[in-house]
Design a protein around this ligand. Structure first.
Ligand code: FAD
Length: 428
């Protein structure tokens, strides 16, 4: 399959890297392998060469999004009948890992965009809705999908508010008041990746009628057009890593959205959060890719094969060989548990599958940064210069454990509690 992207002069002649998950070894179909190759090809040949610039200037990778659209990847999880590639959860995750291998910030923001189609698409298809609700949902989601396929519209996913809502503890503080023909939204979202660059903000908010108490059951997922009156982007963005995500603050002041803005019908987001927990694991593919990138770089560096560097070999030293062995073992462990977890993502997973998903998320988010740290120690001083990607991989990978609702800490909390207690059990 050849993709329609402009290749950079430096990367055009390079041989394509081997896939992270070999289709034969991991029993993928030809169709899955083709989609994942498309992502790898775009990542290696186009995105990798631009990543340092976006990181240095902390600017949004607008050109990358044009190329993702041209390659059909903005619609990766849009159903084929509506012009997309029809990728399910596993195929998306494997493709996203390949993008993350070459540009973490693009993979992380692409995840926010793809989730608007994955959650409203294959995931919603697994959930309970009556016929009328499902018909209305299908009609509405087709509107969103058409914008993505035809116009390259970009969706983001502002979720975090700085408090317990994004951790799943309480209702979102951003409120949607029902009014004639739609809702009026008021509130604030922090760390809103793609702020100022998305065409639609897929806001998680609480529907609250006069005199009613806010409840998580009444969460709505609404696509707010970025140019709507009352939407503002404030604050700067100068973080340690993932600098190209441009995750600034979004404010909503009496923002009117129509009923067709709903990416999920009433009650369905809450149902998804209860019954489809792997929906919160979709940030991990980016970091799976970064883990692979740290390992790939180390091999190339020790073999004296990093482009632009003198061809000095360092592979003959036993300590470096041992470090590579440790990295390979760690990478295989992460890949194995992560592949299993993304393969068994479904509605109503067993307790064992949910615990494994937390463990996979923890392993990837912490493991990517451990691998990057080991890569720097092993390759040595020159490897951490800003002219090379390793120090960026190190900084980007440090951010994975902070992503709510499945931060590394919350994964530990949940594994410990849910392994020891059955639902409803107490020690009273
Ligand atoms: C690069 C980057 C991009 C991001 N992009 C997005 C995005 O596009 N959309 C989005 O919605 N968010 C995004 N986030 C935000 C991310 O998901 C978190 O919400 C954010 O990092 C939390 O920051 P905080 O300081 O409020 O966290 P914390 O203070 O750690 O957590 C916030 C609250 O969660 C609860 N909490 C945290 N830890 C625990 C615990 N162990 N036990 C019980 N409760 C706990 C507490 O109530 C706490 O006050 C991004 C973050 C980064 C770093």
């Amino acid at each position: 399959m050849t993709i329609q992207v402009q290749k950079t002069a430096t990367a055009a002649g390079q041989a394509l890297d081997a896939p992270m998950f070999d289709p034969a070894a991991y029993r993928l179909t030809t169709e899955q392998a083709d989609i994942i190759t498309r992502a790898r090809e775009l990542g290696q040949r186009v995105l990798a060469g631009r990543a340092a610039g976006y990181d240095r200037d902390a600017i949004f990778p607008t050109e990358n999004y044009k190329d993702l659209h041209r390659a059909g990847l903005l619609g990766i999880s849009v159903p084929k009948a509506q012009g997309g590639l029809g990728a399910g959860y596993q195929t998306y995750a494997l493709a996203a890992a390949e993008i993350g291998r070459y540009c973490g910030a693009t993979a992380l923001t692409w995840n926010m965009h793809v989730c608007s189609t994955l959650w409203s698409g294959p995931l919603a298809d697994d959930l309970d809705m009556d016929d009328e609700m499902r018909a209305a949902h299908e009609r509405r989601r087709a509107i969103h999908y058409k914008r993505i396929i035809d116009d390259g519209a970009i969706y983001s996913q502002p979720f975090s508010e700085g408090g317990a809502a994004a951790a799943g503890g309480v209702a979102f503080g951003t409120e949607a008041k029902p009014v004639k023909g739609g809702w009026l939204i008021n509130g604030k979202k922090i760390f809103a990746s793609l702020a100022g660059h998305a065409d639609y903000y897929g806001v998680l908010c609480t529907e609250v009628s006069e005199g009613e108490k806010a409840s998580r059951r009444n969460t709505l997922y609404l696509a707010v057009p970025a140019k709507t009156e009352g939407v503002t982007v404030v604050g700067d963005w100068d973080p340690l890593g993932m600098r190209g995500t441009v995750s600034r603050t979004l404010l909503f002041k009496d923002v009117f959205v129509e009923e067709d803005a709903a990416l999920m019908p009433r009650g369905v987001y809450f149902q998804a959060a209860m019954r489809w927990p792997h929906m919160f694991m979709t940030l991990s593919p980016t970091y799976m890719g970064l883990a692979q990138a740290a390992y790939d770089f180390t091999l190339k560096y020790l073999r004296g094969e990093v482009p632009g560097m003198p061809p000095v070999k360092r592979r003959m030293y036993p300590t470096k060989q041992i470090a590579v062995a440790q990295m390979q073992i760690k990478l295989e462990q992460i890949k194995a548990i992560w592949f299993q977890a993304v393969t068994e993502a479904r509605a109503n997973p067993s307790k064992e599958q949910v615990l494994r998903a937390y463990a996979a998320q923890y392993s990837v988010m912490e493991g990517a940064n451990e691998l990057a740290a080991l890569a720097i120690r092993t390759c040595g001083g020159q490897s951490m210069l800003k002219t090379l990607p390793l120090e960026r991989i190190y900084r980007d990978s440090r951010c994975g454990s902070l992503m709510l609702p499945w931060t590394a800490e919350l994964c530990l909390d949940r594994i410990g509690r849910e392994a020891l207690y059955e639902p409803g059990e107490t020690d009273d």
